[in-house]
Design a protein around this ligand. Structure first.
Ligand SMILES: [Zn+2]
Length: 400
């Protein structure tokens, strides 16, 4: 969204506007929030789960001017702890793949309530698995909106029903016009023409919930996702999603986890020594990221006093390091087959930046927590290790 805001402001404002119009017309908006850094939450620490969800909500509220009801989880990766944190933060529903439900006889034309250990619950919509798959991967399905309605959509509605069946599709936004040409026009005509002609009304999760109380309950399968059929293995090790040997993912994650643990200890000690709860600092730093207040004002507000130059600089650097320590977990870095891609480079660059900023702030090098595992991240394509990439990034940085 921050990229769209800068580089495609027209699109950005149409998204905001459409949500506002939806609120005016139906009482609930159609936009849903997401965690801040596209982190695989079941693999994140409890603190990071809380942070990612809390920052995602703050970012959403800042842009849309309202609190979100729903949250889309990165790769729909889920575990019960993540659902608990969603509920802690006032999120009412999420969307998952049908195979993430415990029940094999799942009826995906209705949402379910998922009971949680805390005696609370969250609503889960399960999308149409095969339909979403063919929309995403078979261009023939979406060549013609009229044909799509009669041949693909209508046969999916149960013949006899005394309720409003919901046909829910989940696909990447960039599918429409970017991955597949003209599909933006397909979608436009489907939503504004062909579906209405066939007597199908369009809706979205928050609006559906207004008039359809959720009756059925189901459990979710721990540590599952929409784009790996081996749980969440794709983002931490070798599984059949990976064409080569995916073991490098284990070492990349070990390096990042080692750095994160060492970083958190320094970060927490720093703020505790100043009498400020580190959690408060972490959660509220989003105010600075959203441009609501300058970082120096933010830190002075926490400490209730003015800072000297050196103190202000140290706090600023540590906070920026914390931002990069979150960013280094971006899921795309673990997604593909070989670690030579720019996605892995992005994660390692974020980690390198965090290391550098801590060094500048405190004169402590955290490299030893990151580099030994990175040495074992090995590219079959280039022969480079994760450490080579790390050094390459440092060299490029110093040349600038
Ligand atoms: Zn897999």
């Amino acid at each position: 969204m921050s990229w769209l805001q800068q580089h495609a402001p027209g699109t950005y404002h149409r998204i905001l506007f459409d949500d506002r119009i939806s609120v005016e017309r139906y009482g609930v908006g159609n936009a849903i929030a997401q965690p801040y850094n596209h982190t695989i939450l079941p693999l994140a620490s409890a603190k990071d789960k809380e942070l990612q969800i809390s920052w995602g909500i703050a970012d959403f509220q800042h842009r849309f001017g309202r609190l979100p009801q729903g949250m889309w989880l990165p790769e729909t990766a889920v575990d019960v702890d993540t659902l608990e944190v969603l509920v802690d933060n006032g999120i009412a529903f999420t969307i998952l793949a049908p195979w993430q439900a415990v029940d094999d006889d799942l009826d995906v034309t209705v949402p379910y309530r998922v009971p949680l250990p805390s005696k609370r619950s969250i609503v889960v919509f399960f999308y149409q698995g095969d339909l979403s798959g063919s929309i995403s991967f078979d261009p023939g399905t979406t060549a013609n909106a009229d044909a799509f309605v009669t041949e693909t959509l209508l046969p999916r509605y149960p013949e006899d029903h005394d309720y409003d069946p919901l046909i829910l599709v989940a696909s990447d936004g960039e599918l429409y016009g970017h991955h597949q040409e003209w599909r933006d026009k397909f979608l436009e005509y489907l939503l504004n023409g062909s579906s209405a002609e066939a007597g199908i009304s369009t809706t979205y999760p928050a609006r559906y919930l207004l008039h359809h109380p959720v009756q059925d309950e189901v459990g979710v399968v721990e540590q599952t996702s929409w784009s790996c059929h081996h749980g969440v293995e794709r983002w931490r090790g070798d599984c059949d999603c990976c064409a080569g040997d995916g073991t490098w993912k284990k070492y990349l994650r070990a390096g990042l986890d080692g750095l994160a643990t060492a970083f958190d200890e320094l970060f927490d000690d720093y703020w505790q020594a100043k009498g400020i709860p580190p959690k408060k600092v972490r959660l509220n730093y989003i105010e600075v990221l959203l441009g609501k207040q300058p970082v120096d004002t933010f830190v002075e507000g926490l400490l209730q006093r003015t800072l000297n130059w050196a103190e202000a600089r140290r706090a600023r650097l540590l906070l920026e390091a914390f931002y990069n320590r979150q960013r280094m977990y971006t899921s795309c870095g673990f997604f593909f087959d070989d670690p030579s891609g720019l996605e892995v480079r992005y994660n390692i660059a974020s980690a390198a930046r965090a290391v550098d900023l801590v060094d500048q702030a405190l004169g402590i090098s955290l490299e030893r927590h990151l580099l030994p595992p990175l040495r074992r991240v090995h590219s079959q394509k280039t022969g480079e290790t994760g450490e080579d990439v790390y050094i390459d990034i440092l060299v490029a940085h110093h040349r600038r």
